[in-house]
Design a protein around this ligand. Structure first.
Ligand SMILES: CC(C)(COP(=O)(O)OP(=O)(O)OC[C@H]1O[C@@H](n2cnc3c(N)ncnc32)[C@H](O)[C@@H]1OP(=O)(O)O)[C@@H](O)C(=O)NCCC(=O)NCCS
Length: 183
């Protein structure tokens, strides 16, 4: 047990040191769009995603200030995007959710995983949400994405149920929620 604890501490120290030295988290900007589109297509290479739609999405994130990127030595290695729009789709189009945000997605370059990048991106998003007086953030992931499920739980999200038919008929996604501000 002690050995595991000490390994965990060492890993934590490595993650922190790595961040202090070379990793930067900053707002997404227009000039990031080509690299982001490339990174996305590299990760989900089997998906039939239209690059034009992707570019539109990233452009919206820049315009609405709804995204952060992780950059190491000028190389873009991670992204987090958030919004209210998807949350309205998940729950109901009629209600207004001014005090809630939805985490669209977070993704990290394959060679840069396990270094705490997603964790830092989510923390940055939480801080930003808190500043905007958001009280609760929501997120979804598919049940087979074990890494994402563990990540949500580790970062204090609780599983709030399932969402069905979110993108396509028959889809089943886990629904997560985390309180970030307010009473
Ligand atoms: C899921 C993903 C974003 C994690 O990014 P990452 O930068 O490697 O994650 P971190 O290093 O910040 O890890 C944070 C926590 O997530 C969990 N985690 C991350 N990768 C994991 C893996 N492969 N297996 C199990 N748990 C994992 C761990 O609990 C980890 O904390 P710990 O290392 O202290 O135990 C990354 O694997 C990815 O881009 N996957 C493809 C896209 C995706 O599935 N996105 C999530 C759906 S929205």
């Amino acid at each position: 047990m002690k050995v595991i604890q000490s390994l965990d501490q060492k890993r934590k120290k490595f993650k922190i040191a790595h961040f202090n030295e070379s990793m930067k988290i900053r707002s997404v900007s227009l000039s990031d769009i080509p690299a982001l589109t490339g990174l996305y297509l590299k990760i989900w290479e089997d998906e039939f995603t239209d690059p034009r739609e992707l570019k539109k999405y990233f452009l919206k994130k820049v315009k609405n200030k709804e995204g952060f990127v992780a950059v190491e030595d000028n190389k873009l290695v991670g992204f987090i995007g958030f919004s209210k729009e998807y949350f309205r789709i998940v729950c109901s189009r009629k209600r207004s959710f001014k005090d809630s945000d939805y985490l669209d997605w977070v993704f990290v370059h394959k060679d840069y995983r396990g270094k705490g990048i997603a964790e830092e991106l989510i923390k940055k998003f939480e801080k930003n949400a808190k500043k905007r007086r958001v009280r609760r953030i929501y997120s979804t992931t598919i049940p087979k994405n074990k890494a994402a499920i563990k990540m949500h739980k580790k970062l204090g999200f609780s599983q709030a149920g399932y969402v069905w038919n979110l993108w396509e008929e028959g889809d089943k996604e886990l629904f997560f929620s985390k309180k970030v501000g307010g009473r």
